[in-house]
Design a protein. Structure first.
Length: 293
């Protein structure tokens, strides 16, 4: 089977995704992709819709989810391709993470209000379709309000150079540790997810190990492999060429399946085009499938 694959795509079931599963399947068809995984943030709410729209289309949708976890005091993202989206195990993980996200989001909004910014929890809740609410989503919603352009506190985010990356720059300015709207994160431990993943039929893959907030080292990956990690997202929009080469070498050394994922969202990540990661092949899907327990 020829064609490319992308095992890390977000739909409207993520609070920061712009395209429905049906639209993503059509985009995959038009772009020559033979398999995609719609791996929304901390939720499998996009299933079974994603599978139903892909049936008979010529594009395989690998059921997935991206879980935000904590390991060694750093945020790490874990992809769960081939997850049984109806599993009570995955339902409990999603419920637990969503509960933590809800508390974080409410606290962030309250701190922004205390800082003098005009945003309410009701606005955020209505706009995110009950999906787990991310900090960058809150930033985007605030900056898209017409009145925000006239707010002196937000002026810097509307310059011609700044606007393309405004939501991410706002996130770093307000939500990182030591910033005005920082809140304690309530992520599920990564090791716990690695332990639970096989019980939900999933094959755990560490997403974008070279991302600035992860910086996964070889030593990290050795330990995670020992605890059940199966794959490593080597080819990703997060990595520079030297990072791709490094993580490919480590994946081969540790017998981790190298995977490809663009982390496509839409307008929240304007630098990531659909199908922009060209290194994914069907063999990745087959290798992950073979390693299911």
């Amino acid at each position: 089977m020829g064609g490319t694959v992308d095992l890390h795509i977000h739909s409207t079931y993520s609070s920061d995704g712009d395209y429905t599963p049906a639209e993503l399947v059509q985009m995959a068809l038009e772009g020559g992709l033979v398999a995609i995984s719609i791996a929304d943030h901390d939720t499998v709410a996009g299933y079974p819709e994603a599978l139903e729209v892909a049936a008979g289309s010529g594009v395989e949708v690998v059921p997935g989810m991206e879980v935000t976890t904590l390991y060694d005091d750093r945020e790490h993202h874990v992809l769960l391709p081939f997850v049984d989206w109806e599993s009570p195990v995955i339902a409990k993980i999603a419920e637990r993470v969503t509960r933590g996200r809800l508390v974080e989001a409410r606290e962030r909004v309250e701190k922004l209000r205390e800082y003098g910014l005009k945003i309410s929890w009701e606005e955020v809740d209505a706009a995110t379709r009950s999906a787990p609410v991310l900090g960058v989503t809150i930033a985007q919603l605030l900056l898209e309000k017409p009145e925000s352009k006239d707010d002196p506190l937000l002026k810097k985010y509307f310059g011609e150079e700044e606007q393309r990356w405004a939501a991410y720059h706002f996130y770093r300015d307000f939500f990182l540790e030591g910033r005005p709207a920082f809140v304690q994160k309530r992520h599920i431990p990564l090791l716990e997810v690695l332990e639970l993943a096989p019980r939900a039929g999933a094959v755990p893959v560490l997403a974008h190990p070279g991302a600035y907030f992860q910086n996964s080292t070889r030593e990290d990956l050795v330990r995670l492999k020992e605890r059940g990690l199966v794959g490593l997202e080597v080819y990703t929009s997060y990595h520079k060429p030297e990072q791709t080469a490094l993580y490919l070498e480590i994946a081969k050394e540790l017998d981790l399946v190298p995977t490809a994922g663009s982390d496509f969202h839409g307008r929240i990540k304007p630098h990531v085009d659909f199908g922009s990661v060209k290194d994914g092949g069907p063999w990745m899907v087959e290798e992950l499938r073979k390693r299911r327990i």
